[in-house]
Design a binder for this molecule. Structure first.
Ligand code: 13P
Length: 260
């Protein structure tokens, strides 16, 4: 199997105001200039209110990083107070959108149906989508995690048209590993990567990159990459500091050899 080009996404969640966000963007720019990354696609997902500032700094300083939004409304426009549409994000040069993060599913009532509808809006607009899946601890303890994740994927991805497929990546983030400091083991990740790839192949999405997220740091990234066989990472806490985020990016870049 050929190794896919790694993708590392920093999900800043509800952290960093626009001044702090610009500062972090500039730090990433300096680090990438001093030590360019050859093989890895780098994306950051700031809060909505930081997007304009971050895309501006990336464009003006030619920083090799793309920008994602953490969420989007599934509707095109209209009476949706407090919401943001895909076309608004596109206009800001946002290239990626995270869809169905477990925090949105758990705390903001994002159902499987809404995840699927959002995915359709995003891909229809030609924007790249990262579909987030992952089980809670009790699902894992009941040994139902594979069935649970298959159902999340099938519900989100079933019936996508040909053109949309190339826009999709998947992030496996077990809820019990998010923000806990307890990453899933490389073996657990490997088993789930194999499972997700077989589900994706059945849905004609064999080319999609599959990321892991949940307490990733520069120390555990190499073994998750090599033994866990991931195509990259969705990083929370460790993406808020340039050194730790770039440590993860660098280890992906170092682990890439184009084959596995
Ligand atoms: P942590 O890396 O902080 O565990 O967060 C993972 C995550 O939820 C990224 O989307």
């Amino acid at each position: 199997m050929t190794q896919k080009r790694p993708l590392v996404i920093g999900n800043w969640k509800m952290n960093l105001d626009y001044v702090e966000a610009v500062h972090l963007g500039q730090q990433l720019g300096v680090m990438l200039k001093n030590k360019p990354v050859e093989h890895t696609d780098i994306v950051v997902a700031p809060p909505f209110v930081d997007l304009r500032s971050v895309t501006s700094i990336i464009e003006s300083e030619r920083i090799p990083v793309e920008v994602a939004a953490q969420h989007v409304n599934a509707n095109e426009n209209g009476a949706h107070t407090g919401e943001i549409s895909v076309s608004m994000l596109k206009r800001l040069n946002v290239k990626w959108i995270l869809i169905g993060h477990s925090e949105r599913r758990a705390m903001y009532a994002m159902s499987d149906e809404l995840v699927a509808a959002t995915l359709r809006s995003v891909t229809r607009a030609g924007v790249r989508a990262v579909v987030c899946v992952g089980e809670a601890l009790q699902v894992r303890e009941a040994d139902e995690h594979e069935a649970y994740v298959s159902a999340q994927l099938a519900s989100a991805l079933e019936g996508l048209d040909e053109k949309s497929r190339e826009l999709i990546s998947v992030a496996y983030e077990p809820i019990w590993a998010i923000g806990t400091g307890l990453s899933a083991s490389a073996e657990q990740v490997r088993a789930m990567m194999d499972h997700i790839r077989s589900v994706l192949a059945q849905l004609s999405l064999g080319d999609a990159r599959v990321l892991y997220g949940g307490s990733v740091n520069a120390e555990n990234a190499p073994s998750l990459m090599l033994e866990g066989a991931v195509d990259g990472f969705l990083v929370g806490g460790a993406s808020l500091k340039a050194e730790s985020f770039m440590g993860i990016v660098q280890s992906c870049d170092d682990c890439y050899d184009g084959k596995r």
